[in-house]
Design a protein around this ligand. Structure first.
Ligand code: SF4
Ligand code: SF4
Length: 719
């Protein structure tokens, strides 16, 4: 049923098919917008950042104690008449459930939604044994009828339109259905499912919480089906991962504060149900319900001890990491996970369903950090995705040729820069004397021709440096400019503009000549050792003790230098001496001008130009800089014009846009549509990568909006 591509070639083929589904994209885009609005409304007055740190700490404290919590849970649950089982893997869990069914002479089974049962492929196992299994959650029932897996962890049938559901229901009921009317379709499901509940011998559920101090299960749902599943049949089996164990009610209430808010933008779901112990049951000949809880390990207990990946077990399955993911919103869940969907799916697939199913999908992350920001349990998902990719490569024992080449070049700064200088000559035939490369050779044009490409500069910034180095007699600040490859070799004008802007502020700018690529591209390719080597070169080149600040023009470089460098060396036996000082001194251009230099509108001419802003992922989420660039646009005399979803990724992602050009193009298309809908003549950003993507896309579509780096914008009005 679930056909996850096992290699990148077939995965790209599947992605193409997904991208051709216009309905899917529109539905997910619409959902994404509505979700973001509802979510921010229900979080009003709640300290999300504070609460997520608290939950993360509580979950982390529980992980080393999982067996202890299990024993406590078991004692309390058994005292209340429940039989508690432990399954080491999916096979054993399925066998336990099937044997409970057999012992209790079960024929018909009803189920409420359970991702853990999806993980073990429980339905397949039970059906193969001859049991008649019916899913009762509306979305799950729909995908069961279609013989599909879920495409979202909370909304399993989000990929389907009402018309597709209407057609399906016509086939099931052999009656014409009113597909336009969702209420009527829901009533069809209710009518079809009601008798199934009454006939069922056994109900299977999952659980959101297993509370050790009481032996109670907690279930959070929006449809009444779960209560019917757990109460009507004479046997109830709950299949629960060990990761759902929490010590007490207090922890659970804290999680409950974020789970519905993050999952569906609701303050609370329609039903929050507690089940503790067996109860009277009219459909049982003993007049007492038979209740079993099966705890599933399937790698969780080992994962809980893993110093890097244990963080993934904090997950409370809210599904939000898919809701905000720009890639998910373009290709949907069937192509963005195996059983578990979204960012967390790219990680858990390796541990629960093996490297084969993760090998291709794990590469499809643009590193926009949106999942990390929204995760209510503070999982550093993009970081773990890269770690997972590394683990897949290690298990496969193969290094892709692209990685070998990239590592070789980036380790050697002189070779790298030699290649960039020579690229200037190589591109000439393609540029055809134009300012941008508008057409690529036929073979590339189809996939990669969605944007024009900028030219490599004839003279990189580093070669112009000596002629423009400022000589400030009594500098207020001495800063090192970390330009990044793009503002050095492609857009030296962005760096020159910076020099112009800073010249009246008594800032001595230096350009350490031995600086090289920040190393993010190799980290994206999971080449951790090369990333470390490149980082060491930069730490040596930019001797932080000489500077008050290290200023970056590239949000991706800035975020990588500031936050990833410490992570890269976290496990190293020897941490470079100047690492902390280096990272602490990293600052972006806008924050430096607004917060440090305290620039005022008196420093700039006023213009009537209207300017839209694109907030780079690695600035707003990576470096948590949001207000300063917008403020700076206005300080510099322009009129800032808000546009829709300014902080949503532009689709660049460095090498991502080369590896997955069609997804990159789709993300870019929406971004440019939103920008063009705003009444602005200039679009500004503070990352050369975003400028490349947005400027190239705008040029290709013949748009009239000029795309600039914020340094260039300021240089134009600077007095
Ligand atoms: S970093 Fe961005 S692209 Fe990657 S999984 Fe998270 S949300 Fe999706
Ligand atoms: S990883 Fe975080 S955002 Fe994603 S489903 Fe789990 S808890 Fe939710």
């Amino acid at each position: 049923m679930i056909k996850t591509a096992q290699d990148i070639k077939s995965y790209k083929k599947q992605l193409k098919e997904a991208l051709s589904d216009q309905f899917l994209r529109t539905a997910l885009d619409n959902f994404n917008c509505a979700y973001r609005e509802n979510r921010s409304a229900v979080y009003e007055g709640i300290d999300f950042e504070g609460i997520k740190k608290e939950i993360a700490a509580e979950k982390d404290a529980a992980l080393p104690r999982l067996m202890e919590l299990f024993e406590a849970f078991k004692t309390h649950a058994e005292a209340a008449g429940v039989k508690v089982h432990a399954a080491k893997d999916a096979k054993q869990a399925n066998e336990i459930v099937a044997s409970i069914a057999k012992e209790n002479n079960v024929k018909k089974i009803i189920k409420s939604k359970s991702m853990t049962a999806e993980e073990t492929f429980l339905n397949d196992h039970l059906e193969n044994k001859g049991y008649f299994v019916t899913e009762t959650d509306l979305g799950e029932w729909i995908i069961q009828l279609r013989k599909e897996g879920p495409s979202h962890m909370v909304m399993p049938a989000i990929h389907l339109s009402r018309y597709q559901v209407g057609d399906l229901f016509e086939t099931v009921t052999r009656k014409q259905q009113d597909s336009k009317n969702i209420d009527k379709l829901v009533k069809v499901a209710r009518k079809e499912l009601r008798p199934v509940y009454l006939e069922a011998d056994m109900g299977i559920s999952g659980a959101n919480f297993a509370i050790a101090e009481s032996g109670a299960l907690g279930l959070v749902t929006n449809e009444g089906n779960m209560r019917l599943v757990t109460t009507l049949p004479r046997v109830h089996v709950a299949l629960v991962g060990y990761d759902k164990l929490i010590p007490d009610l207090k922890t659970m209430l804290r999680i409950l504060k974020v789970l519905p808010r993050n999952a569906t933008g609701q303050a609370i779901t329609s039903y929050v149900t507690w089940i503790k112990g067996t109860v009277e049951c009219g459909s049982s000949i003993t007049n007492r319900k038979e209740m079993h809880i099966v705890f599933l390990d399937n790698g969780r207990l080992a994962l809980a001890k893993d110093p890097v990946f244990s963080e993934a077990l904090r997950c409370i399955r809210c599904g939000a990491c898919a809701n905000v993911c720009p890639v998910y919103s373009k290709v949907g869940g069937h192509k963005y996970g195996h059983v578990y969907i979204g960012a967390i799916g790219l990680i858990l697939t390796l541990f629960y369903h093996g490297k084969e199913n993760d090998r291709a999908i794990v590469r499809n992350c643009i590193n926009c950090q949106a999942c990390k920001e929204i995760c209510p349990v503070d999982i550093d998902l993009p970081h773990l995705i890269k770690k997972t990719y590394r683990a897949v490569l290690d298990q496969d024992g193969k290094t892709p040729a692209k990685n070998v080449l990239l590592s070789k070049v980036l380790k050697n700064r002189k070779l790298f820069h030699f290649i960039l200088r020579n690229a200037y000559l190589a591109q000439k035939p393609l540029a055809k004397k134009k300012a941008m490369i508008r057409h690529l050779p036929h073979f590339f044009e189809k996939e990669h021709g969605f944007r024009s490409l900028p030219l490599i500069a004839k003279t990189p910034f580093r070669d112009q440096w000596e002629t423009m180095r400022p000589q400030v007699v009594q500098p207020k600040y001495t800063i090192a400019l970390f330009a990044g490859c793009a503002a050095d070799f492609i857009y030296p004008e962005q760096s020159s503009a910076l020099i112009k802007v800073l010249q009246k502020y008594d800032v001595q700018v230096e350009f350490p000549m031995d600086q090289t690529c920040c190393g993010l591209p190799v980290l994206m390719a999971a080449e951790e050792e090369t990333a470390k080597e490149v980082a060491l070169q930069n730490l040596k080149a930019v001797m932080s003790e000489k500077y008050d600040y290290i200023l970056t023009l590239c949000a991706s470089c800035g975020s990588h230098l500031k936050h990833n460098y410490p992570k890269i060396f976290k496990d190293a036996s020897l941490t470079p001496e100047n690492l902390k000082a280096f990272s602490d001194k990293i600052i972006d251009f806008s924050s430096f001008v607004v917060n440090v230099l305290k620039a005022s509108s008196k420093d700039f001419n006023v213009t009537v130009e209207k300017v839209a802003y694109h907030s780079p992922c690695h600035l707003c989420r990576g470096m948590q800089v949001t207000n300063e660039p917008r403020k700076l646009i206005e300080i510099a005399g322009y009129q800032y014009v808000p546009s829709k979803d300014e902080d949503v990724c532009c689709g660049f992602g460095g090498s991502y846009s080369v590896d997955f050009p069609e997804i990159s193009a789709e993300i870019l298309k929406k971004k440019l549509d939103d920008v063009q809908a705003a009444d602005a003549r200039i679009l500004v950003s503070d990352c050369p990568g975003c400028v490349l993507q947005l400027g190239g896309g705008m040029d290709k579509r013949g748009g009239e909006i000029q795309v600039k780096h914020i340094t260039e914008l300021l240089a134009e009005t600077k007095i």
